[in-house]
Design a protein. Structure first.
Length: 166
């Protein structure tokens, strides 16, 4: 044991093969340290990414706190539509109306899908889409839409970019 320490310190009595073996071991030790350093850096980067993501989630949550779903969609520049109410006509149960609300991004999406063109009133574009939705729902449930009496559509513009369809 003492002999190995002396050889290591002074290099005395070390053969060329022993020295190569020592150097190979030192290189392996350095490679191992480099690998450990890389792993630590990856862990730090992952931890930092998680921290940044958490900060971003908190920021987004604060930014969207108190906003309506429509306002959130507008901030995100996403299409949005919602049914605000549904009423049945008490005098004729076959008739009723939905009150819909939407944002400009929804109108753009409908135009891209062929429901309208620039210059078409938004209410008409949404009405075309909504009719398609209703017709598809009826067809999927097996309702025969031929020779069927139905009510009429009465479109009333409301304030705030809303419309009522009766």
């Amino acid at each position: 044991m003492f002999e190995k320490i002396i050889k290591k310190i002074f290099g005395a009595g070390i053969t060329k093969d022993e020295r190569i073996t020592q150097l190979d071991q030192e290189i392996a030790d350095v490679d191992n340290l480099i690998e450990q350093a890389k792993l630590l850096e990856e862990k730090r980067a992952k931890k930092e990414a998680k921290t940044l993501a958490a900060v971003e989630r908190r920021r987004a949550k604060k930014e969207f706190t108190g906003l309506t779903p429509k306002e959130i969609a507008n901030k995100r520049k996403e299409p949005w539509v919602d049914v605000l109410s549904f009423k049945v006509n008490q005098d004729n149960i076959r008739n009723g109306f939905y009150e819909l609300d939407w944002n400009d991004y929804f109108i753009l999406e409908l135009k891209r899908e062929g429901y309208g063109y620039d210059g078409d009133p938004d209410e008409e574009i949404v009405d075309r889409w909504f009719r398609d939705i209703c017709l598809n729902a009826a067809a999927e449930t097996g309702v025969d839409l031929t020779n069927r009496s139905a009510g009429y559509v009465n479109l009333t513009k409301l304030t705030g970019g809303k419309a009522e369809v009766k």
